[in-house]
Each structure stands twice: as C-alpha cells, then as structure tokens.
Design a binder for this molecule. Structure first.
Ligand SMILES: Cc1cc2nc3c(=O)[nH]c(=O)nc-3n(C[C@H](O)[C@H](O)[C@H](O)COP(=O)(O)OP(=O)(O)OC[C@H]3O[C@@H](n4cnc5c(N)ncnc54)[C@H](O)[C@@H]3O)c2cc1C
Length: 296
C-alpha cells in the first residue's frame, strides 16, 4: 500500500488548517473503513491522512429533553448509535439501519459522518436521517454552516463539502407526538452486502391513532442520491393510515423513484419493491406507534 503521513489534530481548527495547507494531497480519515479501501484499490493517492478521531467531542448520541432534539457527533461510531437506548426507543428507524451496517467489527470503528460524506446511494445512515428531517453542521476554513441533510447529497460519491470542510454534527429535530418509524435494507442478505434498496418511513398520527399528521418516506439506491418520496408523503397527510392508503402511497413512491438497472437488480423489480416496502415499513411504523401508546 502506498505510504502516507498520518496526522493527529486535537481540534477542528487544527484539522482544517492542516488540510488547507496541504490541499489536494490531504484527506480526512475517521474510521477508515471506506478511505483505506480506496487507497488500497489505488482509487485515490493521498500523501497525508488527517485523523478526526482524536478531536474531543461527545462519543454517543445525546438527546436534549428540553428542546426534544437529538445530537449525533459526526465522529460517533455506528455501534455507539446502535447501542444507544435513546435511539432504540425514540428513533427505531435509525436503530434498524445502523444495526445491519457491515459487521460488529466494522460498526465499532466506522462513523456516521464517514458514512454520509462517502455519499454512496446505498449509505444506510442517510435514509433514516433524511426521513427524520435531520440537519448537518459543517466546520471549515470559512467558519460554520448548517444545511438539511437531504440537500447535502449532490450525486453518487459527491456531497456538499468544500475543500477542508468537516461534517461535525447531525441534528434530528423534535418528533411530533405519536410518531413511529421503521427502516429496511432490502437485499439478499441484511448485512455485509450492498442493498438493492433502503426504505425508511416515519409516520405521526393524530390523537385518534388513525389519521396521519405528517409522513416522511425516504429511499436509498432508488436514485443517484438518497431521496424523499414527496408526493407519497403528501398523499398520506390527513388520511387514515391503513392497508389501502399505505398501498397507494407505495405505488406513488414507486413512480417517484428513479431506479436503474444494475448488476444487483433490474429497475422494474426495484420499482415494484419500493411499493411493497413503503407499505411494509408504513405498517411497521404504525404498529410501533400502537405498541408505544398501548404502554402509556
Ligand atoms: C466490510 C464492509 C462492510 C460495509 N457495510 C456497510 C453497510 O452495510 N452499509 C453502509 O452504509 N456502509 C457499509 N460500509 C461502508 C462504511 O463502513 C461506512 O460508509 C462507514 O460509515 C464509513 O465511515 P468511516 O468513519 O470508516 O469513514 P472513512 O473511511 O474514515 O471516511 C470516508 C470518507 O469520508 C471522509 N470523512 C470521514 N469523516 C468525515 C467528516 N466528519 N467530515 C468530512 N469528511 C469526512 C473521508 O475523508 C473519506 O473520504 C461497509 C464497509 C466495509 C469495509
């Protein structure tokens, strides 16, 4: 493997200044599960790897009960998210997604920030966070900025980071009351394989536990970037959630998807499965709301 210098900044500003002074010859590294493969496969040739792992920041998701927001540092590993009780209870869609990323060994080192910055259409971290309306904070040579996660993805392998910028934090806004959520990574196996599709649904219901107040449907591997099925979401808003409406939402989402043929699956099958899985994840989200409410 090509030799590189490994640099260990202790703060965000130090990391940015190391990067800026070395320009294109530098790359950030977090868990290294994506970037080291690219170096081994001779896809990139950095002379400097600037580690983000030694920058002091919270090492687990933090829920703020005062404002209802969830904060996840970008350098938090998938395993920390998976084992967070808050995530398991309040954000099952995120738990569904991270628990099947790679293997425990991968999840112990791979970070959520690396997953988002890598920006592959199959990134399991992206779909649930988009369905939760997450925003991301970015620190760079020009200071701080913040944006919707959905807008962060520009194309396969491309995200909205300028030279030297670091993704620092993911913020999930407060959930509405009576919200349930679910995610499925669909493929021949759930782990250690690139999926055919990733489907996430978040539903919030009125007090009658039937009528939809808000729906979010996010899809991975259904377009060049993770996407929302906005027309299907709008269809569900204000309607009763049942088999018929979820089936119709699935059909609309399938029409909205921009699936393609690939070696892992043909487009028509993928489109068909978007419909099936949106309905299935909608039903699971509904069941989760009913379970939670029945325990109150
Ligand atoms: C065997 C195996 C199985 C896998 N299975 C899955 C899977 O099931 N689902 C899935 O989604 N992924 C999977 N992956 C991919 C990978 O593990 C994840 O994408 C992982 O989350 C990447 O995080 P990392 O910290 O290792 O990133 P790194 O490899 O350290 O970095 C990835 C890229 O992001 C940049 N970067 C990292 N963090 C930041 C930051 N905070 N700010 C700016 N730039 C940054 C780096 O410069 C690099 O370009 C798998 C990988 C392997 C090797």
């Amino acid at each position: 493997m090509r030799r590189f210098a490994y640099m260990v900044p202790k703060s965000l500003d130090e990391a940015v200044s190391m990067y800026v002074s070395r320009g294109e010859r530098a790359r950030y590294i977090a868990g290294g599960t994506d970037i080291l493969l690219k170096i081994k496969e001779k896809k990139i040739f950095p002379d400097y790897l600037i580690s983000l792992k030694h920058i002091l920041c919270p090492d687990r998701p933090l829920f703020n009960p005062e404002n209802g927001e969830l904060y996840i540092g970008a350098f938090v590993t998938h395993r920390r998210i998976e084992t967070s009780k808050t995530v398991q209870v309040r954000y099952p869609i995120l738990h569904d997604a991270v628990k099947n990323i790679g293997s425990v060994q991968i999840r112990n080192v791979a970070t959520i920030g690396g997953n988002l910055v890598n920006a592959v259409p199959s990134a399991d971290g992206a779909v649930p966070l988009i369905a939760l309306d997450a925003r991301v904070n970015i620190h760079g040579p020009k200071g701080e900025r913040s944006m919707d996660l959905l807008r962060f993805f520009l194309g396969p392998g491309q995200c909205d980071l300028e030279t030297g910028e670091i993704l620092t934090e993911i913020i999930v806004p407060p959930l509405l009351p009576r919200t349930g959520s679910a995610y499925l990574k669909f493929g021949r196996r759930e782990a250690m394989e690139l999926p055919l599709l990733g489907v996430g649904v978040v539903l919030s219901l009125r007090e009658d536990l039937r009528t939809c107040v808000k729906a979010r449907i996010a899809l991975g591997v259904a377009a060049p970037t993770p996407m929302r099925a906005i027309e299907a979401e709008a269809f569900l808003a204000g309607k009763p959630i049942n088999e018929m409406t979820l089936e119709e939402a699935g059909k609309i989402a399938a029409r909205e998807s921009k699936v393609r043929d690939s070696i892992r699956g043909v487009a028509w099958y993928r489109r068909e499965m978007v419909g099936v899985l949106v309905k299935r994840m909608g039903q699971k989200a509904l069941e989760r709301i009913q379970e939670t409410e029945s325990r109150r």
